[in-house]
Design a protein. Structure first.
Ligand SMILES: C[S@@+](CC[C@H](N)C(=O)[O-])C[C@H]1O[C@@H](n2cnc3c(N)ncnc32)[C@H](O)[C@@H]1O
Length: 301
């Protein structure tokens, strides 16, 4: 096992290559300063320290502290080719508990910023569909939608509800445009509700997708839905699933996306919560590239 990614550690560039992670870190994590795993752990903690700064300060004078740079460093580190055992050893380090929440919170906010930027680009474009396809993660959404359509046993004409649809409701757009579904998005931020409605109109999908201003407590709605999808960034997870387990009738299908491969687990916000007893997982589909998420399917029993 090797990791060959260039990391920016402590403001300096370090190239990591050819290290045998098994030999270097198990059980040597923290004791071998030259190990690849130590460097990865150090990089994660350095990202964490920047993210905490990001929470505290409004402005940056140092380009290495810019949210975009931090986001790219995070993307690099989670994409490292590290097997699950090694990732476990790195991520189970006690100092990471606080880092998880700070890093996932930062990523969630930055992702929303990227979506707002792209939504505005779509609004200003003479070719809105091309502008949508230019979004960096578009191909990931195509693959995820294919998986979710199949995993939930949906058919054209069915209705999917997405909790946390955001400023650019890409999941709903792809599911509805590619698979002929009808979509309902629920979004809690009024500005994002307005922007997403405008984007949907601009893409000519207003007949297929509507956005409701609300949150998990808006559920259930009167209209029957064939699948409820919970966004990776929808919070608070325990409150959302407890509520859904209480109010949704038996047989309701739900799905959500997790990160479970290698260091991507650093981004996972689902695994720390235990699902209510009446939500049963009936299917788990691991990612097909370019998607990175495993899709989990639940049913209310
Ligand atoms: C950035 S979007 C990501 C979804 C992405 N656009 C997609 O199509 O897959 C996540 C959104 O979830 C919203 N959100 C988080 N928790 C929520 C909740 N409990 N109810 C409704 N919206 C929520 C946030 O305001 C944010 O805009």
């Amino acid at each position: 096992m090797t990791c060959t990614t260039k990391l920016y550690t402590g403001g300096q560039t370090a190239f990591i290559h050819g290290s045998d992670l098994h030999e270097n870190i198990i059980p040597g994590l923290g004791t071998s300063p030259d190990s690849c795993a130590d460097t990865i752990a150090g990089e994660i903690m350095d990202i964490y320290s920047k993210v905490v700064d990001f929470d505290r300060k409004e402005r940056y004078y140092n380009p290495s502290n810019q949210p975009k740079t931090i986001f790219q460093r995070l993307d690099q580190v989670i994409a490292l080719d590290v097997d699950d055992t090694t990732a476990d050893a790195i991520l189970s380090s006690s100092g990471f508990n606080l880092a998880f929440d700070a890093i996932t919170g930062f990523r969630s906010r930055y992702t929303a910023e990227l979506e707002i930027e792209q939504a505005n680009a779509i609004m200003g474009s003479s070719d809105p569909w091309q502008s949508l396809k230019d979004f960096a993660y578009f191909s990931n959404y195509i693959e995820l939608a294919r998986t979710e359509f199949r995993g939930a046993g949906l058919k054209a004409g069915d209705t999917v509800l997405f909790l946390g649809s955001g400023p650019l409701p890409l999941s709903l757009i792809v599911l509805c445009q590619k698979h002929g579904l009808k979509g309902i998005g629920i979004e809690q931020e009024p500005d994002r509700v307005k922007l997403s409605r405008r984007v949907i109109e601009r893409l000519g999908l207003s007949d297929q997708i509507r956005i409701i201003k609300g949150n998990h407590l808006t559920l259930p709605i009167e209209e029957p839905v064939d699948l409820i999808m919970v966004a990776a960034q929808a919070e608070p997870k325990d409150v959302i699933f407890d509520h859904l387990a209480t109010v949704m009738p038996a047989g309701t299908k739900m799905s959500y996306r997790i990160y479970e491969k290698g260091l991507r687990r650093l981004l996972d916000t689902f695994s720390r919560y235990e699902l209510p007893a009446n939500l049963k997982e009936y299917l788990r589909i691991r990612p097909t590239p370019p998607a990175n998420n495993t899709s989990i399917f639940l049913s209310v029993v």
